[in-house]
Write a protein that binds this ligand. Sequence first.
Ligand code: ZN
Length: 341
Amino acid sequence: MLSFSRILGQERAKKFLKSVMAREKIPHAYLFTGIPGVGKMNMAMAMSAALNCDSPVDGDSCGRCPPCRQMMSGNSPDFVKISLLPDKKNIGIDQIRELNRKLAFAPYGRYRVCVVYQAEIMTEEAANSFLKTLEEPPSGNILILNVREPRDLLPTIVSRCQRVAFQPLTVRDIAEWLVREKDLTEDMAMVLARLSEGSLGRALKMSETDFFEMRQEWLLRLMKLPGLSEEKGFDMALKCGEDANKIGIKRSENGETRIMEILSIWESWYRDLLIMKVGDLTNLLINADFSHKLKKIAGNYKINNLIDSLLVIDQAQRDLRRNRNVRLVVEHAVLSLNRLV
Ligand SMILES: [Zn+2]
C-alpha cells in the first residue's frame, strides 16, 4: 500500500498532502495524529514514493519506475523509520543522533522522508535533540512524527509541524475492505469492523489470529451466566481466572494483551444486550451473528444490571492496565457479573 490511492479513507489528509507537495517549497515537518491503525505509516510511505517517483500521476506515485520499485521492495535509502527498539521502553537519544547523522548527507533521490513512529515515546533528551533538528533541518529532508494525540508532545515540536489529522475509519469502510482484501464473510467482517473502533490495523490483526474461536469460547461463558447457581458461578469464575492467567500475559501483535481483547468482547456483549433490551435494534449490534441469542438472553436482564455489568468490565480493564493480578481481576469480574443477572 504505497500509493495514496491504495490507502483506505483519509481523503482530507490525502488532499492536503497532495496540495502541499505540489508547492514549490514543500514544508519539511509534519505531525500525523490519530489512533493506531488508520493509515499514518502508509501515508508517510505514499508521500515518500510520490515525492521521489520519476513519473507521478495526479500527485501519486506510478509504482513502476526505479525509485517506486525500490520503495516497494522496502529498502529505499530515502525512507527512514525510527521506532521503538526491542526491549526498550522509549525512543532514545542514540536513535535521534543516528538520524541526525543520516540527515547530514544529501538524499539519494529528491527527498528523504523520515518517520518517527509513536513519537510520544521519545525520551525528553531525544525530543529535545529532535527539536533542534526541526529548527534547522538539512535541506531535502521531510520529517514526519506519528502520534496519537498532539498534546503528548512538546508544544515547541508541535508548533513547528504541519498538523495532519487522521480520522477513525467507518465501520462500513473497514468491513468492505476485509471482505475484499481478506476474503472474510460479511458477518465476520462486520463483527471485526465494529470491534475495531475505527482502526483498520486492529481489525486486520484480529482477523489474522484465532480471534473468532476465542470470541466464541469466551462469549459462551457469558451466555451461561444467567441462571447459574452461586456455586456454579463460583466454578465459572475460577475457570475463567485460570484460563485468563494462561493467556492473559501473552500480547497479541497490536500490543494489547489477549485478556484485554476478551474484555472488549465481553463489553460488546453487554452493550448489545442493552441495545436489544431498549429497542431490539438489531442493525446496531456488534455481535450481529448472535442476534437470536442476544434477543433471548436480554429478557433475563434488567437495564440497570446491564449498565452495572458494563461498569464491572470497565473496572476490570482499568485494574489490568494498572497491572493487577490477571487471575484475581477476572475471577472478581465473573463473580460480580454473575450477581448481576
Ligand atoms: Zn514511480
